[in-house]
Design a protein around this ligand. Structure first.
Ligand SMILES: Cc1cc2nc3c(=O)[nH]c(=O)nc-3n(C[C@H](O)[C@H](O)[C@H](O)COP(=O)(O)OP(=O)(O)OC[C@H]3O[C@@H](n4cnc5c(N)ncnc54)[C@H](O)[C@@H]3O)c2cc1C
Length: 111
């Protein structure tokens, strides 16, 4: 197996690790990031900030639709339940995790 050398190793890819890695990358250091989850983002992206805000946003959109006289009487709006709201929020989290991977790997060259 080929070995590589890095100047800095960042453990954990939450906001703290992300900030450390991005700053080091901007200073032209070579960085490896160690992450215990399938995608970068840490607990913030998997359990904290991102899922909670995605869920809050989905609920807001649902309420806006229900309170809007132009849409609330549509049959499709009546079918929106909690499961749909959760799925919508989960999709937003997935999108965030995918964007994170591009930002680290492609743009900022953190490996
Ligand atoms: C429900 C909820 C909502 C929140 N909303 C907000 C908000 O709106 N705004 C806000 O600013 N903050 C919010 N927070 C707080 C925010 O999530 C935390 O402050 C933030 O995640 C801390 O970032 P971190 O990088 O220190 O740690 P984390 O996000 O916990 O990331 C650390 C990562 O390192 C991994 N790790 C640890 N040890 C190792 C190891 N030895 N090897 C490999 N990996 C390791 C961990 O598993 C984790 O994936 C919220 C938290 C919760 C629970």
């Amino acid at each position: 197996m080929a070995s590589k050398q890095y100047e800095i190793i960042v453990i954990g890819s939450g906001p703290a690790g992300e900030s450390a890695a991005m700053n080091a990358a901007k200073s032209k250091h070579s960085i490896a990031m160690i992450c215990d989850k399938p995608k970068l983002g840490g607990n913030s992206a998997y359990h904290g900030t991102i899922p909670s805000k995605a869920l809050r946003n989905s609920v807001r959109q649902f309420l806006d639709l229900h309170n809007n006289p132009m849409f609330r009487d549509l049959a499709e709006v009546g079918k929106i339940g909690f499961e749909t709201i959760i799925k919508h929020a989960e999709k937003a989290v997935e999108e965030h995790l995918s964007m994170n991977a591009v930002a680290f790997d492609g743009y900022n060259r953190v490996f």
